[in-house]
Design a protein around this ligand. Structure first.
Ligand code: SF4
Ligand code: SF4
Length: 365
C-alpha cells in the first residue's frame, strides 16, 4: 500500500497518473425498496421520481468480471459496493464479493441492512467482507419509520439483530472484520438521536459512527435544520462525543463539528474551503454507476468520463477526458465544474481531500 500511495502522490505532483485509483466505488444496481426520505431517487418527497428504465439499470455480471481484471492491472486496493441502490439486491451480490475477495481486494459494503437475514449475514461474514457501513440514521424505532415511511414496525430492531449477529460471529471466530460502522445522515427528523445512536453503536458492537451531511435536492430541502435545531444539535454533539469516547467508538464528529455542522441549515457545506484547497479524487478514487458510466466522485454524476459497456475501465482511467477532469479539479477554484453539475458545495469527499492536502502541505503552504 505504501508504494501505491507514493505512486499516487507522485502523480498528483506531476499532474498525471502513474497507477490506478486506490479505491473504486461500484454501484451494482439502482434497485432499492428502502425508501429513505432523504434519497435523491427513492424519497417519497420526490415530485418527479426517476423512470423505471433508469431505476432498472444494473452492472452486467460479465462486464463486472472484466472490471476485476482491470482493477488488478491498475492495482486497485479497495472496492466499495454501495451507491444509488441497495447492493444486497444485486442478484449475484455474493458471487461479486467472493470474486473480489479471491482476487485480493478489500471489500466495503454500504447497506441499509433491510434485506439481511441470518443466512445473508453469515454469508457476508464467511466471504470476508472487510467493512460494512449500516445506513440507519437513527436509534429510535419511531424516527426510523419517519425516515423510512414505507418500512414496517420492527424493521430497525430486525436490522440491529443482524448487526449483533455479525458482532457475535466476529467474537466467536476471533476476527476483527468486518469492521462495522453505523451511518447517520443528520436531518431535522433525527438530529435529536445524536446521543442515542452512540448508544446503539455500542449495543450492536459497531467500531465507529460515520456522521454525514444531508445532501439536499429541492424536494428534500425541508429536511434541513433551522437555527434553533442547529443550536440544540451543537449541545447534543458534546454529549455524543463524550459518550463515544467512553465506549471506545470512533466518530467523525470532530471533523463534522468543525467543517460541516454549520451547513445543516442551508445545504451548503464546503464551497468556502474549496476556494483554498484542490480536489484530488481523480488520482485516488473513481465511481462506476449502474448504467456503466464512470464519474469522478459522488458529487459529479453529470461529468461522465466514459462507460465500461464501451471501453475498459483502464482505458477510461488513462483517457484524455479523465486527465482533463484532473486538470480542472486540481484547480478547482478556477474551474467551472460546479457550473457543469458538480456538487462541490456539498462534497462528501472533503475530509479526504483535506487529509491529502495536509499530507502534501505539511507546513501549511
Ligand atoms: S438505501 Fe440508499 S438507495 Fe435506497 S432509498 Fe436509502 S438512500 Fe436511497
Ligand atoms: S464534488 Fe467536487 S470537490 Fe467533491 S470530489 Fe467531486 S469534484 Fe471534487
Amino acid at each position: 500500500m505504501l508504494i501505491k500511495k507514493i505512486k499516487v502522490a507522485l502523480g498528483i505532483i506531476a499532474g498525471r497518473v502513474f497507477t490506478g485509483p486506490i479505491e473504486v466505488s461500484l454501484d451494482l444496481t439502482r434497485n432499492c425498496s428502502v425508501g429513505c426520505i432523504m434519497c435523491w431517487y427513492w424519497s417519497p418527497l420526490l415530485k418527479n421520481p426517476p423512470s423505471q428504465e433508469w431505476l432498472n439499470k444494473q452492472i452486467d455480471y460479465n462486464i463486472f468480471l472484466q472490471l476485476v481484471k482491470d482493477f488488478k492491472r491498475l492495482q486497485v486496493k479497495r472496492v466499495i459496493l454501495g451507491g444509488q441502490g441497495e447492493p444486497l439486491l444485486y442478484p449475484k451480490i455474493f458471487e461479486v464479493i467472493e470474486t473480489l475477495k479471491k482476487n485480493g481486494f478489500e471489500v466495503s459494503l454500504i447497506t441499509a441492512g433491510v434485506h439481511l437475514n441470518d443466512y445473508k449475514t453469515k454469508n457476508l461474514f464467511e466471504l470476508g467482507v472487510d467493512h460494512i457501513d449500516f445506513s440507519l440514521q437513527t436509534a429510535a424505532p419511531i424516527t426510523y419509520l419517519k425516515i423510512h415511511p414505507n418500512q414496517k414496525e420492527g424493521t430497525l430492531e430486525r436490522i440491529k439483530s443482524q448487526i449483533q449477529l455479525l458482532s457475535e460471529l466476529k467474537k466467536k471466530f476471533n476476527r476483527k472484520t468486518p469492521k462495522i460502522q453505523i451511518i447517520n445522515v443528520i436531518c431535522n427528523l433525527n438530529y435529536q438521536d445524536t446521543v442515542k445512536i452512540v448508544e446503539l453503536a455500542k449495543e450492536v458492537g459497531a467500531e465507529s459512527i460515520g456522521i454525514k451531511r444531508i445532501d439536499v435536492i429541492p424536494e428534500t430541502r425541508e429536511l434541513l435544520l433551522n437555527n434553533s435545531q442547529l443550536d440544540e444539535l451543537k449541545d447534543l454533539f458534546k454529549d455524543a462525543k463524550e459518550k463515544a469516547k467512553q465506549f471506545g467508538i470512533e466518530t467523525s464528529m470532530d471533523f463534522y463539528q468543525e467543517f460541516i455542522l454549520q451547513g445543516l441549515t442551508t445545504g451548503v457545506y464546503t464551497s468556502t474551503y474549496y476556494s483554498q484547497i484542490p480536489c484530488y479524487v481523480g488520482w485516488v478514487t473513481s465511481r462506476i454507476l449502474s448504467d456503466g458510466n464512470v464519474v469522478p466522485c459522488c458529487g459529479c454524476y453529470d461529468v461522465i468520463l466514459g462507460n465500461i459497456n464501451h471501453n475498459s475501465f483502464k482505458e477510461i482511467w488513462y483517457s484524455q477526458r479523465y486527465q482533463n477532469f484532473r486538470r480542472e479539479s486540481i484547480n478547482l477554484n478556477k474551474s467551472d465544474l460546479m457550473g457543469r453539475g458538480c456538487k462541490c458545495y456539498s462534497c462528501i469527499d472533503f475530509e479526504f481531500n483535506l487529509g491529502i492536502y495536509h499530507k502534501l502541505h505539511p507546513f501549511g503552504t
